[in-house]
Design a binder for this molecule. Sequence first.
Ligand code: 5GP
Ligand code: ZN
Length: 114
Amino acid sequence: MEGCIFCKIASGEIPAEKVFESANVLAFKDINPGAPVHILIIPKKHIASVNDIEDQDVNIIGEIFIAAKKIASSLGVAEDGYRVVTNCGENAGQTVQHLHYHLLGGRSLKWPPG
Ligand code: 5GP
Ligand code: ZN
């Protein structure tokens, strides 16, 4: 989608520190990390938010969580624990309108997030 920063990262137009890539999924370090491990996991395909996930996307959403598990293991947070969370819409503080899951770990995380 034109003008979408995460589509540009998915296409390679904008650089990012990639930690995982498959045919449908990309994961890279958050530019402004909120924890020692802060990874963003996105579908390469443009989906704006959870509100925009369609039936045909069910496999991609599954692949994102399989990727999350692998990334957590490869970055050494699988045993200590980590969080996978997505913000949808204004009240949740979504700032990038391309579906992304934050994988946060490496420290004790507060609940609820705020
Ligand atoms: P949201 O607030 O929408 O849930 O999360 C957006 C996240 O994207 C933020 O944590 C922000 O730091 C990150 N972000 C925004 N622009 C870029 C970018 O150009 N590169 C990377 N790696 N992360 C970004
Ligand atoms: Zn996009």
